[in-house]
Each structure stands twice: as C-alpha cells, then as structure tokens.
Design a protein around this ligand. Structure first.
Ligand code: MF3
Ligand code: CO
Ligand code: CO
Length: 317
C-alpha cells in the first residue's frame, strides 16, 4: 500500500542499519502476581480494556493517587536501569522489574494487557517499541528502552527511557541524547490554554534540526484510571489538532525518534515488536504528567523528584 510521502531529515551521521539485526529470543511463561495486589479491570476481561470511557480530566483525588503510581513507576525504572549491562538478558530485566512492582504493591500494567505477556517492554536498537523481554542478552554497544507502567491505587503511571549498554557509537548517543531533549522541549509546552499540537511541533522541529525522524505510528495518550484513554498525543505536527489543554488533564508524552527514516517496518510474529522499516536505530523517552494551573507537573518522578531520565543523563552528556 502506498504511504504518504514525508520529508525525510538530512542525516548528520553516516546512518546504517543496525548490524546484526535484533532477532527474537525465547519468551518464558507469564509470571504470577500475588492475589493481594489489585488488578486493572482489563485483566479480568481477557486483557481487553474495552472502549475508553474516562474523562480526559482527573479529579484532585485521582491526581494524588497518580503521584503515587508515578513515583512507583519512576522507582522501578531506576531499579531496572541499574541492572542494564552487557550480557544481561531482557528477560532478566523483566524479572527485576516484576519483583520491583510486587514489592511496592503495584500491578505491572503491561502484564496481560491485550495479551501482552511480560511486565515491561524492552526495545533494543531498531525496535521502536513494545519489544517483549526474552532470552537475548544485551550486547556491548546496544541501546535499550525500558518502558514501565505501574497500576496502584486504581491509576497508572507510565514512563520509559533508553539506556546505553556499554560503549555506544556516536550516532546512537546523539539519537538518545536528542530524544531526551525532544521530550523535555515538549513538556515545556504544556500549560492550560496551549494547543495539543504544540507538543508535536516542538518534537518534530527538534528532531529535524538534529537529523532525526519522528515515528508516526505510535503516539502519546491520556492515562489515569485507564492505561490508554481516547486522548491522543502525536509527536509530529498536526495543524488541525488544536484541542486546548485544561488543568487536570493527564497524559503521556513519549517521542520515538529514528536515526534513519520514520517508517514502521513489519510487526514481528509475536504481534507486538515494532521495528523500523530501514533497520536503523530508534530511541524513546516517556513521562506521565498532569496540567496544573500554571504549567505542568511530571508525575513519573520519585518522591525526591528523581527520575531515570536525569540519573542516566550524565552518562549521555
Ligand atoms: N507503556 C506503553 C505505552 O507507553 C504501552 C505498552 S502496552 C504493552 O503506552 F502491552 F505492550 F505493554
Ligand atoms: Co505510554
Ligand atoms: Co509506556
């Protein structure tokens, strides 16, 4: 099927397909969660969340609970990040995360969501998102996004960063650094009265200036009592998407930027793993936030205000 032509940014680096390509490993059976931990409603419904019914705006009580869910997700991402190293399998990262959710009384939102089999997503190199943890060991020079979503107190906190594994080439470091900056620039656009398309404009402008392309097939989303609400947050500029932000709206911004072309390749046979069409690498950073009276509050930080985004930024600079 013909796809609409988009302007491709001029690469600043000699961009080549990741070599060797990431291949599927073995996926272990689903892990158990103690019955004492509250499940999101889709778990009892065979993983089907149904049509989104929740408001885009959270109550004060929901926002307070989202602070807890967000800080739990931030803590888990920090803990899993400490385990990232050459030779560690993505399965091992899932185990670390799984235990971290349970020890905090949280349910791993991905586990059983639309049939997803694991507690985090681990997306290596040219995998854009939704990589399933498996037996593949991280290699020196890989990049890996780990996406954590915690359900606790009836609400979700959704956050991810891309980690560097050992000694990473300059083009990949550039990709990771500028994807984090794109998220930061987008968050700076969030305030009551701002149009939602300011988010995608900030990200697309930053990506283009840095020779990177923006993934169009996956977008940010409203989040709260539901994992994904009907509120859509594209990471590219859409002129007609001028819905205005209101105090109390809660959503994610989670740009995926590519070193090569923006297009999505074929989804793997596991029905989840999304790779770039050209095999070049892709990075992603995500926060959950809420619109405040005078701007934005990032919810996926620890009680001390820390996040993996900042903790691991030092390694990037
Ligand atoms: N956390 C992802 C997001 O940012 C969603 C993952 S869905 C899953 O929206 F089923 F793959 F976990
Ligand atoms: Co998300
Ligand atoms: Co996520």
């Amino acid at each position: 099927m013909a796809k609409r032509k988009r302007r491709q940014p001029k690469p600043l680096f000699d961009v080549v397909a990741s070599d060797p390509p990431v291949r599927p490993g073995l996926v272990s059976p689903m892990r158990a969660v103690p019955g004492s931990i509250e499940r999101p409603p889709y778990v009892a419904n065979g993983g089907d969340p149904g049509l989104s019914a929740s408001s885009p705006v959270r109550t004060a009580d929901e926002i307070e609970r989202m602070r807890t869910a967000g800080s739990v997700a931030a803590e888990i991402l920090l803990e899993v990040g400490a385990a990232v190293a050459p030779g560690v399998s993505t399965e091992k990262l899932d185990i670390v995360a799984h235990e971290a959710y349970i020890s905090r009384g949280a349910y791993p939102s991905p586990l059983g969501y639309k049939g997803y089999p694991k507690s985090v997503c681990t997306s290596v190199n040219e995998v854009i998102c939704h990589g399933i943890p498996d037996s593949r060991q991280l290699q020196d020079g890989d990049i890996v996004n780990i996406d954590v979503t915690a359900y606790i107190g009836g609400v979700h906190g959704d956050t991810s960063i891309t980690f560097l594994v050992g000694d990473v080439d300059d083009a990949s470091r550039h990709l990771v650094v500028e994807t984090k900056r794109a998220l930061d620039l987008a968050i700076a656009e969030v305030r009551p009265g701002a149009p939602f398309n300011a988010i995608g404009r900030a990200i697309e402008n930053h990506a283009t200036r840095n020779g990177l392309s923006v993934v169009r097939d996956f977008i940010g989303h409203g989040v709260g009592t539901e994992f994904h609400t009907s509120l859509q947050i594209p990471h590219y500029y859409v002129r007609r998407f001028d819905l205005v932000m209101e105090e109390g709206m809660s959503f994610t911004i989670e740009p995926m930027l590519n070193l090569g072309r923006w297009e999505l390749g074929e989804i793997w046979d596991d029905d989840w793993t999304a790779v770039t069409a050209d095999g070049c690498r892709s990075a992603q950073f995500e926060h959950t936030m809420v619109v405040t009276p005078d701007g934005v509050e990032i919810l996926t930080v620890t009680e001390a205000g820390e996040s993996a985004h900042d903790r691991y930024a030092e390694a990037l600079a």
